[in-house]
Design a protein around this ligand. Sequence first.
Ligand code: PMP
Length: 407
Amino acid sequence: HLPNSADTALRARAAKVIPGGLWGHLNAKNLPEGYPQYFRSGEGCRLVDVDGNSYVDFMCSWGPVVLGHHHPAVEAAAEAQRRLGDTLNGPAPVLVDLAERMVDMIPHADWCLFQKNGGDATTACVTIARAGTGKRKLLVAKGSYHGAVPWCSPSMAGVTTEDRAHILHYDYNDIASLEAAVDQAGGDLAAILVTAFRHDMARALDMPDPAFARRMRELCDETGAALILDDVRAGFRLHLGGSWETIGVRPDLSAWSKAIANGYPLGAITGAERWREPATKIFTTGSFWCEAVPMAAALATLTELVRLDGPAHMKAMGERLRAGLSAGAAKHGITITHSGPPQMPLMLFADDADFAKGSAFCSASLRAGAYFHPKHNMFLSCAHTPADIDRAIEAADAGFAMVAAIG
Ligand code: PMP
């Protein structure tokens, strides 16, 4: 059994001073039994919890860590900038270097803005779209996550119906529902938001149907609405030019964050020329949005991703993981399905509506040294090597044995 006394003690202290113990998606109460809440350190694809247990990590901080924890080139770039200054009276030169790099790398991008979190980026995209069209309605896929602010929070607690007054829904990959929502918006459509693929929690992942994506592009062109690609979660793992480069459809605006700076706090919006003027007019900022250290980290991260061909490496490692998990499941006579891109995989068990099997699998695999997730897409990084994947597949054998044992 894993030692967990330091984690337990921290949780008990937090329960008194932090509402609910922890806000948001990282709260370990939503994870299977035995998962730690607190971590001591990370190195490459290894994560060490506060009690000293080490895991091969398949969540990568829920996306940000794309090169591996504590990556030397990123840390060196961040440290060099930190010695010069981080939050100053204005940005450091690295702001311009990074904006130029983004515009060079991303085909639809003529300009770039920076924020902190993904929700800052998606929210500012919406503001730019409304400023640029003078219209109000937003189309959002049912169940898609775009952030934790009132217009898009998954919880209605503290949110008013007025906050959602101009949101209409469509079903991901369903052209008829998209057309119906465009009709419903009448002449008042500001934007269609879409995630890179359907990555809603607790269900199989769906890749975007190219015909659906092309129809969305047409509808935006016909109505003048902005096609906003929310690439916060998938960005830089599927394609370095934006995730929809893989299907040949270009957005007007893209929201980025998570992987852009390998764990340093940074969000970004890239946009096409037509949206430069509204992006100039809106008021968007934050006390820390010009921080130079995350920008230096981002520049180093993007350089490494290009040098390593990060998406191809992560794809190969994700495919190796899938093949190993499939073989492990078959050995124990267990039926599983894989979905999503190999770089951001999800494995579900057959007949597991309550995720009892997935949770048992994850708890037992965790004890054997692999940190998986039963119902959220996982994340590969450039630090995963074939040996790490094989080590995790070994740990997963304990997970499959547990599932076989509980029937
Ligand atoms: N959009 C998507 C697709 C996301 O996955 C997330 C974060 N999980 C966000 C937006 C919001 O990003 P953040 O939590 O950094 O505000």
